[in-house]
Design a protein around this ligand. Structure first.
Ligand SMILES: Cc1cc2nc3c(=O)[nH]c(=O)nc-3n(C[C@H](O)[C@H](O)[C@H](O)COP(=O)(O)OP(=O)(O)OC[C@H]3O[C@@H](n4cnc5c(N)ncnc54)[C@H](O)[C@@H]3O)c2cc1C
Length: 465
């Protein structure tokens, strides 16, 4: 339910200057910034225990020119990052929003560190596809759960109330001005809360099968691996209030979800020299284009299945990723001393596997060119012992959403802002453009944290006493 109700003559049980819907990375960042801007702020979260796609994520946030990056002597800049984002989306992303995100994400991570005690580490053992500098930041746990836990702790420290089990089921509005929200409690009771400004941080529509079918039809049958609460409420409210949405076909897919374990398998496997084969033991794509677009060719293979093949060197690197370790412990990783052993462990055809690995080895030595266009010469060949994980493709989250400006105000189609509605993260139009291939690693949390900070600042300053 995402109704828009007339806002006249409503009794509000309580009134708050700034309300935030959603306690993920965007909502919590927004709340912290609104608080820092001097405003009273309350976060409304439908779950009894905040989780969101943020907790399901790897928690990796790309950011240039941070204090940490500088202290490690890594050269990078918002301009260089912008260029990487632009190139990945072939210039089809909204370049103004992209500039804003690239410029603000570094200051956002530094502010969260200095002002709210978040600790960052930099992932400098491998470059994510399309990034030209080591700029992927994570909390020390290197998980989305760790990131959310630290943001929640910061919000608690700042004494920001987070109402849990508070499902926003309707907005009240007078014209296009939001006057408050209706929340429905787990027992079905409703309460009305008034507000002066509302921040939509309740992500996109990945969990809404009808909207996915309408806007991303090629992934309509793909498994959805994001948070079930992301049913497109922000999009529907924003549109009903007269806002504009863009790039609704944009999304983050992933070509490497362990099957049937449903655990994300890091793409580091591919970037370090691993390959994907189908059930016939044959490669079918250039794995280095990016993990998002790889969802499509993987789902096109027999049974929608691929196997990630790699070796001990890559295994040791992959074990530094907590979700990979989880997959390893769950028995998702098969192994074999020889190709024949691996074929037996995976039920892949031994002859085809032998041929594919022989061809890969020739490509590594530059004796053969990859028909799919991948450059194999930069990493060593896969050597015995061999490892493999069975995977499928999936939709992780949607990247299209409400158009916002540099203050994160939701815009009408004519470019004018709605009076008191702000959006960020998956609720707003992202920086990947309209195609699945436009997603550069980290675009999700990039939008959530940068536009979360901007939305919190704008809404908070509207109400500074
Ligand atoms: C497996 C996986 C791995 C990923 N890895 C990465 C990564 O490493 N780096 C990266 O940048 N991105 C990654 N992403 C994408 C990233 O997780 C999202 O882009 C990001 O978390 C979005 O943050 P958000 O705050 O907008 O949404 P969320 O974290 O989903 O928070 C939205 C919150 O709103 C709540 N909500 C929704 N509707 C309502 C309502 N009506 N009333 C009250 N509450 C509501 C939801 O319950 C939820 O808690 C990954 C995604 C997945 C699924």
């Amino acid at each position: 339910m995402s109704d828009l109700l007339p806002g006249e003559n409503i009794h509000f049980d309580v009134e708050v200057p700034v309300l935030v819907i959603g306690a993920g990375a965007c909502g919590l960042t927004a709340a912290l910034k609104a608080h820092d801007a001097g405003s009273e702020v309350v976060v409304l979260e439908r779950d009894l225990s905040p989780f969101g796609s943020t907790s399901m994520s790897s928690g990796f946030i790309p950011a240039p020119a941070t204090m940490l990056q500088r202290s490690m002597g890594i050269e990078d800049s918002p301009e260089q990052f912008f260029e990487d984002l632009r190139k990945k989306a072939k210039g089809k992303n909204d370049l103004e929003l992209t500039k804003i995100a690239a410029r603000n994400i570094g200051p956002a991570l530094d502010w969260l560190a200095k002002g709210h005690g978040l600790e960052w580490v930099l992932l400098d053992d491998f470059l994510y596809p399309g990034h030209t500098a080591y700029r992927m930041h994570a909390v020390p746990e290197k998980t989305g759960e760790g990131l959310l836990a630290r943001l929640l702790a910061a919000a608690e420290e700042a004494e920001i109330p987070i109402l849990k089990g508070a499902h926003v089921t309707a907005l009240f509005a007078q014209g296009s001005r939001v006057t408050g929200v209706q929340i429905t409690r787990p027992d079905g009771q409703t309460e009305n809360i008034g507000c002066d400004a509302l921040i939509l941080a309740c992500n996109g529509f990945g969990a809404n099968a009808d909207l996915v079918k309408t806007h991303i039809p090629h992934l309509a049958d793909a498994p959805y691996f994001g948070h079930e609460g992301n049913t497109g409420d922000a999009l529907m409210w924003g549109l009903a209030l007269g806002g504009e949405a863009r790039h609704l076909s944009g999304c983050q897919g992933h070509g490497s979800l362990a099957h049937p374990h449903n655990i994300l398998i890091t793409w580091a496997l591919m970037m370090e020299g691993g390959i994907q084969v189908n059930e016939l033991g044959e490669r079918f794509s250039d794995e280095h284009q990016g993990y998002s677009e790889q969802a499509v060719p993987v789902l096109e293979q027999p049974d929608g299945i691929a196997w990630c093949l790699f070796d001990e060197r890559i295994l040791n690197l992959a074990k530094s990723f907590p979700d990979f370790l989880q997959a390893f412990d769950a028995g998702a990783v098969k192994s074999g001393q020889s190709i024949a052993d691996l074929a037996e462990a995976t039920s892949l055809p031994a002859d085809a596997l032998e041929l594919t690995l022989a061809q890969t080895s020739e490509m590594t030595k530059a004796k053969r060119t990859d028909p799919f266009g991948r450059d194999f010469t930069e990493k060593p060949s896969i050597e015995s012992p061999f490892y493999a994980v069975k995977v499928t493709g999936a939709l992780f989250h949607t990247q299209g959403g409400l158009m916002v400006d540099c203050f994160a105000r939701v815009l009408r189609p004519d470019g004018t802002p709605l009076p008191n509605l702000f959006a960020g993260g998956g609720a707003a139009c992202g920086v990947s453009g309209p195609d699945i291939s436009g997603y550069l690693s980290g675009n999700g949390l990039l939008s959530a944290v940068s536009f979360g900070m901007i939305a919190g600042d704008s809404a908070g300053k509207m109400h500074k006493p």
